[in-house]
Design a protein around this ligand. Structure first.
Ligand SMILES: [Zn+2]
Ligand SMILES: [Zn+2]
Length: 285
């Protein structure tokens, strides 16, 4: 068995439709299990680039309900059900997330009921593959424990009006990976990510002059600055920290900060190992 525990960033960008940085989605492979965290725009295309059948995803985990983290869900679900080699899912797609996941998946199935009926009648696709087996959780805890892979969800702080919002921790073969989801500086994240092998963390940055804009101040208030993230890295002391969701914003006059500026701002506060993620980067914890 090669690389039994592997993390691949499928999307590292922000809502901007940027072909170089798709929307947040992260693939976790643990033995034969394949798990996606979030379903940002383009996740199916990144899976196709990796040669991983979309229908082979065992479980989709949602961190929160901002559209840019979930708009790829119907694509993963329905394209994964089609008959081509990239699809062929014959069992229901499993989706776990915070409260709101049942509502979302129930209504998606309603919204796509015409397509589902047509394809079952015309292409003889299996009914089971058209279903979504969804579940919800409300608080910190273990949500999956199978074949040596344990997944724990933990609440994070994405802002007073953006609830629920969660991150995830994966423990497999003596190694650990934590994924922040979207969050400001958060003690509960630190409690769940202490001394992990790999800490995957979001980050947001704007130029000081951009902070005159109320829109930019609001966005920044929902995320971790490089300084916040560096504090989390220092407290958790992971073997490697990786930025996976780069919210680098400009205001139309002042350009967004560059990746080098993000690296410099982090390096000023943190001297441990960290990397800035790019789409399709892979890490073996
Ligand atoms: Zn968000
Ligand atoms: Zn986000």
């Amino acid at each position: 068995m090669d690389a039994p525990f592997k993390v691949t960033l499928l999307g590292t960008g922000m809502p901007l439709p940027d072909p170089l940085r798709f929307r947040p989605s992260t693939l976790i492979e643990a033995g034969s299990q394949k798990i996606l965290v979030d379903a940002g725009r383009g996740a199916t295309m990144r899976l196709f680039q990796l040669g991983i059948p979309i229908g082979s995803i065992d479980l989709l985990l949602l961190t929160h309900f901002h559209s840019d983290h979930v708009v790829g869900l119907p694509d993963i679900w329905l394209t994964g059900w089609l008959g081509g080699k990239f699809g062929q899912r014959t069992r229901p797609m499993r989706v776990l997330g915070p409260q709101g996941t049942l509502h979302l998946t129930h209504h998606l199935r309603e919204a796509f009921s015409a397509d589902i009926a047509i394809r079952m009648a015309d292409e003889d696709l299996p009914a089971a593959g058209s279903r979504i087996d969804a579940g919800e959780f409300e608080r910190n805890g273990v949500i999956h424990d199978r074949d040596g892979l344990r997944i724990t969800c933990f609440e994070v702080d994405h802002g007073d009006k953006i609830k629920p919002a969660f991150g995830y921790r994966f423990d497999y073969a003596g190694k650990s990976v934590a994924l922040s989801g979207d969050t400001r500086y958060c003690e509960n994240l630190i409690a769940h990510a202490e001394a992990v092998d790999l800490l995957i963390h979001e980050v947001a940055m704007a130029r000081p002059a951009s902070m005159d804009s109320e829109r930019i101040r609001r966005v920044m208030g929902h995320h971790s600055t490089p300084k916040d993230a560096a504090r989390v890295f220092a407290k958790c002391a992971p073997k490697l920290a990786v930025y996976n969701h780069l919210v680098l914003i400009g205001d139309g006059v002042n350009a967004p900060p560059t990746v080098q500026e993000l690296i410099d701002a982090t390096r000023r506060e943190y001297d441990g190992a960290f990397a800035v993620g790019e789409d399709l980067m892979t890490f073996c914890p």
